[in-house]
Design a protein around this ligand. Structure first.
Ligand code: EPZ
Length: 422
């Protein structure tokens, strides 16, 4: 077991390079299994536990993988002949559900154990199933697995009942090798949705409209390998931007697409921080007192739910009352109890966190209750008086590459320690 130990109080200064997006990479890797000839060489893959999990699943399904470096994989899916994703890794993570769409698309059949992931609310997959069925697949759930099978997949119109990142990507993947045209409406527009569409197009797919409300997929017969680079991580970038503002620092967040960060930049500016945009960089400075603000999470281009928890840490020390309304997940305020152990003054009523800014946070032993909660606790440790120890950091390792090294390079006093048991 490992913990992060942080001695708070240091300003963050300098620059940090953002890695490729977790939520793009975890869809692109399963989608690589659809190439029936050639190899996919994918770079800018974040070196995180969710990616390591997917690598193992791909190997189990018969892919040959060469690790070129920590951020680049060469995947040869030519010899895949197993359609049953049934290892513990599949159950451990959310994104393993992309194997349903990818295997269904290429082989017209799949069996995939139901996915796990962060405990942030009920995480149904009814919209994925609705899309697969519209394309002509039979879908059953039995013995904890999703089984899909089709004689052939035929393009269809699918209007999603909710805006879902996962369902948009999964049904888009499945439709890629269907006969004819599929029109997906009320889709998610997140940068990672666009990135997966770009990756599929690089393999030979014909997908138009990703990033708008309607995606049109014209089925092609087969896909082949390609070279691709994963889009920068909007959420990792947002986390560092918030940490910079929280410590009153001056940080260049590099290797980003500033457009993807606009909702976060706008909120920081509304609070009184300065955000300067360069071509592939944002500089965040906060040298005067910040103001309380209200935030409501919504699908892209709105304020991302995945940045809400780090933002609650920043707001916990901003004078006045801030409200955070979480509209995507019903259970994404669990980290608030941990922040309270450090002196935060926050009440949760349903989906709303009512934050009355405290004068300071003080170090304590706290838990990373999920991935972004973990990031929130790291930022809390950075601004707290004294020492903070964060437990259950395996959640953080699932989605943030080498988080302690990146913060240490910015001047934080943070280290990883081993402990015998939690
Ligand atoms: C993705 O989850 C991300 N995960 C999440 O990031 C992120 O919070 C979420 O999108 C929203 O942006 C990955 O990409 C692996 P959804 P996903 O389908 O696809 C409801 C992180 O911290 N819904 O967009 O599972 C659902 O209950 C993680 O990196 C249905 O009702 O989310 C939720 O209320 C956590 N039926 C809303 O839609 C469905 O079939 C959005 O979920 C699917 C979803």
């Amino acid at each position: 077991m490992e913990r992060l130990v942080i001695n708070g109080g240091n300003l963050l200064k300098g620059s940090v390079d953002i890695n490729g997006a977790k939520n793009a990479a975890v869809a692109i890797l399963p989608a690589a299994i659809m190439a029936s000839e050639g190899k996919c060489t994918i770079d800018n893959i974040p070196d995180i536990e969710d990616v390591h999990c997917l690598e193992r699943i791909l190997r189990d399904l018969g892919c040959d993988i060469i690790k070129i470096d920590n951020n680049t994989l060469e995947i040869d899916s030519t010899n895949v002949n197993k359609f049953d994703a049934n290892t513990d890794d599949v159950r451990r993570m959310r994104a393993s559900y992309y194997f349903i769409g990818a295997l269904l698309s290429r082989f017209k059949e799949a069996r995939v154990l139901l996915p796990g992931g962060c405990p942030i609310g009920v995480r149904p997959i009814d919209q994925h199933i609705k899309g697969f069925e519209a394309l002509g697949a039979d879908v059953i759930i039995e013995h904890g697995a999703v089984k899909v099978k089709a004689d052939k997949l035929v393009g269809a119109n699918v209007f999603f009942d909710v805006v879902s990142v996962g369902a948009t990507i999964n049904v888009m993947i499945a439709a890629t090798l269907a006969e004819g045209v599929t029109v997906l409406e009320n889709v998610a527009k997140e940068p990672h949705v666009v990135d997966v569409a770009n990756f599929l197009n690089s393999m030979g797919a014909n997908i138009k409209g990703a990033g708008t409300d309607v995606i049109r997929v014209t089925g092609v017969e087969s896909l082949k390998g390609c070279a691709y680079s994963v889009v920068p991580d909007q959420i990792e970038a947002g986390t560092f931007m918030i940490a910079a503002a929280a410590t009153g620092g001056d940080v260049y967040v590099r290797n980003v697409i500033p457009k993807h960060l606009e909702s976060i930049s706008a909120k920081l500016i509304e609070m009184g921080a300065t955000v300067e945009e360069g071509d592939d960089c944002v500089r965040v400075t906060a040298d005067k007192p910040l103001k309380a603000v209200n935030i409501k999470t919504t699908p892209y281009p709105g304020f991302p739910t995945d940045v809400q928890q780090p933002m609650s840490t920043l707001l916990s020390i901003v004078p006045g009352r801030s409200l955070i309304t979480e509209s995507i997940w019903e259970n994404r305020h669990k980290h608030i109890d941990e922040l309270k152990k450090m002196g935060a003054n926050i009440k949760v009523e349903g989906r709303v966190a009512i934050i009355d800014g405290a004068e300071k946070l003080t170090g304590a032993i706290v838990k990373a209750t999920d991935l972004r909660a973990g990031a929130a606790m790291v930022i809390a440790g950075l601004i707290a008086e004294g020492t903070t120890e964060i437990t259950s950091i395996e959640h953080i390792d699932r989605g943030y590459p080498h988080i302690e090294n990146k913060f240490r390079a910015l001047g934080a006093d943070i280290k990883r320690i081993k402990v015998d048991e939690e």
